[in-house]
Design a protein around this ligand. Structure first.
Ligand SMILES: CC(C)(COP(=O)(O)OP(=O)(O)OC[C@H]1O[C@@H](n2cnc3c(N)ncnc32)[C@H](O)[C@@H]1OP(=O)(O)O)[C@@H](O)C(=O)NCCC(=O)NCCS
Length: 275
């Protein structure tokens, strides 16, 4: 019940928390109407995630595709802020879960956030397309004119990201079997073609873009994207934090301890104070 006051509900004899997700009683754990013992051993991690979040079940192939998104985003090495932060925290002697949380907490609008923006854009474009056949061109002009980037496109390092190609291949198998519609992948491709012709150069879809389209195909809510990415990148964060902890290296700081790497831009010491 959106916007309910827990206190008011409680005063009127209702309960403090309301959930459609789980019902926990002594020796009984029900998740979305199914006994936990029937889920354990029968559904995969990605099926469980989707079932918890959306209350619906994915087919085995859909679950495999969703899991592929989780695998694709798992790691991008210590130059990625989330991995670097977790490794740095691990060198500072914090507890292991704190190091992991430090990495996860680096995920935001700039790092790891493009999936949510791209999903929101793809969902909105699909809705607008019902009335406007130029929805892609119109939305793109709106974004560019307001100085925004097209989420899910471009990369500082890759111009032929292997993750993108592989997720495309896997998605196409499900379009052929009718397990996803392919609508959002087509819209994504439409954006790629349109921005490439506007900017007069080849634009690449990045891993966030393809992950967004795949998750839209599966009906994942855009608002959940950063949480889902935390679970995906969380795997890499755990591995990197563990490696750093195991190596036992003492604090190295965010960069080598060289003066030229940090420029002081504040006030200079005044002449009289120097002497
Ligand atoms: C990832 C990103 C920051 C890389 O930016 P970059 O290093 O500047 O990329 P490039 O050097 O290839 O950019 C060259 C030009 O293309 C533009 N450009 C790059 N990506 C763009 C995008 N997604 N939408 C619109 N224009 C874009 C840049 O603004 C720049 O324009 P300019 O020459 O007129 O200044 C950028 O592509 C971006 O912000 N993408 C959208 C967000 C996103 O998907 N992030 C997830 C990355 S995995």
């Amino acid at each position: 019940m959106a916007g309910r006051s827990a206190l008011e509900t409680y005063k009127q004899g209702g309960s403090w928390w309301e959930t459609e997700i789980s019902d926990i009683k002594k020796n009984e754990i029900i998740i979305r109407g199914k006994r936990i013992e029937d889920l354990i051993g029968n559904i995969s991690y990605s099926q469980m995630l989707y079932f918890l979040l959306c209350g619906k079940e994915l087919t085995d192939n859909q679950a495999k595709l969703f899991e592929s998104v989780l695998v694709a985003g798992a790691d991008h090495g210590p130059r990625a802020p989330s991995i670097a932060a977790a490794r740095m925290a691990a060198t500072c002697g914090v507890s292991f879960n704190s190091a992991v949380a430090t990495g996860v907490n680096m995920l935001g609008d700039v790092h790891g956030g493009a999936v949510e923006d791209a999903m929101a854009l793809l969902y909105e474009t699909e809705r607008i397309q019902l009335k406007n056949e130029h929805a892609v061109a119109d939305k793109l002009s709106e974004l560019l004119e307001s100085g925004q980037k097209l989420p899910g496109f471009g990369h500082q390092l890759h111009d032929n990201d292997p993750r993108v190609q592989r997720l495309y291949e896997l998605s196409h198998l499900l379009i052929e079997s009718g397990e996803i519609s392919g609508n959002y992948l087509r819209i994504l491709e439409d954006y790629r073609g349109t921005i490439s012709s506007i900017k007069n150069r080849r634009f690449t879809i990045n891993v966030d873009g393809i992950s967004a389209a795949v998750q839209c195909e599966l009906g994942v809510p855009a608002e959940a994207a950063k949480g889902i990415f935390s679970l995906s990148r969380g795997m890499g964060i755990v591995a990197h934090a563990y490696e750093e902890r195991k190596n036992g290296t003492l604090i190295k700081g965010p960069c080598p301890n060289e003066e030229k790497l940090v420029r002081y831009t504040g006030k200079r010491v005044e002449e009289s104070e120097q002497s």
